[in-house]
Write a new protein. Structure first.
Lengths: 192, 580, 136
């Protein structure tokens, strides 16, 4: 097709490459979205004593395992970035796929969690705690899947040796998704 | 940077990634939505002035329909007219050209943002045609009315409205990232921070304000959607939730939002005033820092919309103080604009008329906001027409006056032709005078106690006296006159586009970079991208014979500390434009 | 792996070390609640979360060598969230007031759990829960 990257994209009055600058702004907007949700959860949690009872029924082992999965996938994606920096495209693609696989495992564990919780009767409508639980982890899961998809697209380019700078950028996004989970985990699973 | 290959109609106009095409797509979609929003206000004002009438072109207005018209008028005008036209259209059209680059830094994300925006408009319009029609719970959508179909009677319209608004937010988040990153990174060589035209700063700061404030509301909108469709209880007190939470989430965004739309209009007015007073913009840095202060303060004033909602009175005190404080930087801006005009060589072209009227009308709006910012007075004024008149005296200057100012000023660059100045003046006076006759009666009605969102005031004995009736009729008739004069603009537009006469590159003798490109600019904007040597407002500099000093003309920068003043160094350009 | 002078040590070994520390911290935060002291749990859970997040930001996202503008932006968003919390909490966290009718019954510990018989997958209505449907 005829799309050509404009000169504007490669300029850098700030010294930060455009794609990375863009992703910092993406992160800023996502922080206020997740942060807003988490602040609302916090307000409710702190003033409803019963929520700590409700929270006893989340599965901290699944949550902890998922935290481990995301931390490890963050490691893989930063190794992918480092490989891309030295133009080792084969290694970079491999590490990207390990990261994507980590995302799959995360979603599989979440699916298991949701299934068992729903079958036990802890549905979204049981109480506002559970509404928040499903909403927060659901929106987070959606971001995990979006990240996996984008990583797949980028890995196709990297395989051809193109757009290697994008590995760092999707890595930053993925780390952000990891950081959100780092906070969701104690909020939903540990504080009881 | 030119493309030698042939582009199909679809590639060139529908799926284009060119910022100018996308800017026009936003503009025309926004204007189309404004017509719908304007039609709605026509219908419900006819009902208000002549209750029970069969409105020509619509029919009889039921109470449910009335609520839906009022809700969607507000929602459309803010989200589908003011924002797309002022931020997305002018942002896309102006920013790359004014900073001297060939496109936005993420052209495909730019295109995606428009596509999502178009989808949001389609979803909203579709909501009018579902059973029971569009959402009628006010643009503020407070639960439990908005969460509960048994209360709002629009089980499909309510979630569709919410989804449309959420999609619009996503579109503007994507667009905003483009504007911000482009301004930060893609500037012409030599264009440092204080050499950026004010309108570009304003659009980008507006995008930042939007991005930071909309986050909690997006979370809140997801929660409301679940309450509506799934029956969760985020905002249902009986279920353990809190309806007041929505109010806070909404207004935490809703207040910065008004500055999001205000800032681009202020920027347009600043640029126009400098050009048509042939004078350097007074206090560039003052403007910039006042806007930063306004932006920061705008995040801590939101609960002045909730003074009578039962919020903690101690918080109310705090919000009164911050609300009154925020009027200071805005007033500062008005003074700076007046100082720019003072001593200038003023030409009353059509864009300048719009810019001057912005100052006057917005001042009225701003001053009446102070009454509302005092929580004691607000106990009376809240939910009366005083509020309606206040925010129309701010929003109409922002959205309508600002839009016309921008479009008449940049028309030659965007469309390559010159609009008729005579028709422009007729349109201007035919808009401004009736505008005041719509809303001054509403101030009076509000002070007299007429409350908002009522379908038929005949049902309220105290509000059905002949005086009240006459004021409502005056407002409605003035609206009809104002709407009729918009056809003058349409006629001007069509007549101009059909004429063969081409506009020159720089008809207003302006300094900024966009005027050095062709009218209209080709794909890629310039064969060679320009370099910037000085600030954008060097008009009538004493060392020059010509009264303007284009940013891209090689030479010294008078703002540079090492600048040596001396006799004229230019060739004494004489303007051939008889209007200047 | 090559080290360049302008960046910090970018060898995979360094990233693996950071990852190992993160896993240890994760372990501590999981074991914390088992000790049973409430304030200790809170410190281990949230204090460690903050440290973990900081490490991911600094070393994986390379914020420690990024231009300052990125730090300022992200810090500003966090401050904004604090402003949001401060402005809203006095209303949303207030459990009582004058002339209030309590519509919501806070469930007890027993009511928060779901009791069911041997066969699983049932959708019995649980009336104790405070959840209520649409209009009443």
């Amino acid at each position: 097709m005829s799309f050509q990257v404009p000169i504007a994209t490669n300029r850098s009055s700030t010294g930060i490459p455009t794609s990375r600058l863009g992703v910092w702004w993406v992160l800023a907007s996502e922080i206020v979205i997740f942060g807003g949700l988490i602040m609302c959860y916090l307000m409710f949690r702190l003033h409803h004593e019963s929520w700590s009872f409700e929270a006893e029924h989340t599965n901290p082992w699944a949550g902890g395992f998922n935290t481990f999965v995301l931390l490890t996938s963050s490691l893989f994606v930063v190794l992918a970035h480092q490989a891309a920096e030295v133009k080792d495209t084969v290694k970079s693609v491999r590490y990207i796929w390990y990261t994507i696989f980590g995302g799959f495992v995360f979603m599989a564990v979440k699916a298991y969690e949701y299934t068992t919780e729903i079958m036990h009767g802890y549905t979204m409508f049981k109480s506002v705690f559970w509404s928040f639980y499903y909403t927060a982890t659901g929106i987070h899961g959606f971001h995990v899947m979006a990240g996996m998809f984008i990583m797949w697209m980028i890995s196709r380019d990297v395989k051809k040796g193109k757009n290697l700078h994008r590995v760092e950028v999707i890595g930053i996004y993925w780390h952000f998704v990891d950081v959100v989970w780092i906070f969701l985990f104690p909020l939903l699973y540990i504080a009881k | 940077m030119s493309h030698a290959h042939e582009m199909s109609f679809w590639e060139k106009y529908v799926f284009s990634t060119d910022h100018k095409v996308i800017g026009l797509q936003y503009m025309f979609t926004g204007i189309f939505m404004a017509i719908i929003g304007g039609f709605f206000v026509y219908v419900f004002r006819m009902q208000l002035a002549f209750p029970g009438i069969s409105v020509p072109g619509y029919g009889e207005v039921t109470p449910l329909a009335y609520n839906s018209l009022v809700t969607n008028h507000g929602t459309i005008m803010i989200f589908w007219f003011a924002m797309p036209v002022l931020i997305a259209a002018f942002g896309n059209l102006l920013i790359p050209l004014m900073i001297g680059c060939d496109d936005m830094v993420f052209p495909r994300i730019n295109r995606l943002s428009y596509q999502i925006f178009l989808l949001s408009a389609i979803v909203l319009i579709a909501s009018f045609f579902v059973p029971n029609g569009g959402f009628g719970g006010a643009w503020t959508a407070y639960p439990p009315l908005s969460a509960n179909a048994a209360y709002n009677a629009t089980p499909l319209g309510a979630p569709m409205w919410l989804i449309a608004v959420a999609l619009e937010f996503v579109a503007f988040l994507l667009g905003g990232i483009n504007f911000i990153t482009t301004l930060m990174n893609a500037r012409a060589p030599g264009m440092t921070m204080y050499k950026i035209p004010i309108v570009c700063w304003m659009i980008v700061i507006a995008s930042i304000l939007f991005m930071l404030s909309v986050g909690p509301l997006i979370a809140g909108a997801v929660m409301l959607l679940f309450d509506q469709t799934l029956g969760t209880s985020f905002y249902n007190a009986a279920g353990g939730g809190d309806p007041l939470l929505w109010q806070h989430l909404f207004w935490f965004f809703g207040h910065p939002e008004v500055y999001v739309v205000l800032l681009p209009s202020l920027g347009i007015v600043a640029d126009i005033m400098a050009v048509f007073s042939r004078k350097k913009l007074f206090g560039y840095k003052t403007i910039l820092y006042s806007v930063f202060a306004t932006g920061i303060l705008s995040f801590v004033v939101w609960a002045h919309h909730q003074f009578i909602a039962g919020i903690d009175p101690r918080m109310a005190n705090l919000f009164v103080i911050t609300t009154l404080l925020i009027s200071v930087p805005i007033a500062e801006l008005c003074f700076v604009y007046i100082a720019t005009l003072y001593g200038g060589s003023i030409t009353f072209s059509t864009p300048m008329l719009w810019a001057l009227s912005f100052l006057v009308e917005f001042l009225i709006g701003g001053v009446t906001g102070i009454f509302l910012g005092a929580s004691g007075a607000d106990v009376y004024f809240h939910d009366t027409y005083f509020v309606v008149a206040h925010f129309h005296y701010t929003f109409v200057p922002i959205a309508i006056i600002g839009f016309y100012a921008g479009i008449t000023f940049w028309f030659p660059k965007i469309f390559g032709k010159m609009l008729s100045d005579r028709l422009g003046r007729i349109h201007f006076w035919g808009t401004i005078i009736p505008f005041n006759f719509i809303f001054i009666p509403l101030f009076i009605l509000g002070t007299a106690g007429q409350h908002r969102r009522i379908w038929n005031y005949e049902h309220f004995r105290d509000l059905a006296s002949p005086e009240f009736y006459n004021l409502r009729v005056i407002a409605t008739v003035s609206l009809l006159i104002m709407i009729s004069f918009q056809f003058v603009f349409v006629f001007n537009f069509i007549k101009t586009m059909r004429s063969k006469k081409k506009a020159p590159k720089n008809p207003w003798n302006s300094n900024t970079l966009e005027w050095t490109a062709d009218s209209p600019p080709p794909h890629g904007n310039w064969p060679v991208l320009p370099t910037c040597y000085r600030g954008p407002y060097e008009y009538n500099h004493p060392d020059r014979e010509s009264d303007f000093w284009p940013q891209n003309e090689p030479g010294p920068d008078p703002a540079d500390p090492d600048y040596k003043s001396g006799p004229a160094t230019d060739s004494g350009f004489q303007s051939t434009n008889p209007n200047l | 792996m090559s080290d360049s002078e302008e960046h910090h040590d970018h060898s995979p070994g360094r990233y693996i070390k950071i990852w190992a520390i993160l896993l240890v911290l994760l372990g501590v935060s999981i074991l914390g609640p088992l000790i049973g002291i409430k304030w200790l749990t809170l410190i281990t859970a949230f204090g460690i979360a903050i440290v973990k997040a900081g490490m991911v930001c600094a070393y994986f996202m390379h914020l420690n060598i990024e231009k300052k503008v990125a730090w300022y932006l992200l810090t500003a968003t966090l401050l904004l969230l604090l402003v949001f919390f401060t402005g809203v909490a006095p209303d949303v966290m207030k459990p009582t007031g004058q002339n209030w009718r309590q519509l919501y019954h806070e469930p007890t510990r027993e009511e928060s759990a779901v009791h069911h018989d041997e066969d699983h997958g049932d959708d019995d209505a649980h009336e104790e829960e405070g959840h209520s449907e649409a209009a009443h």
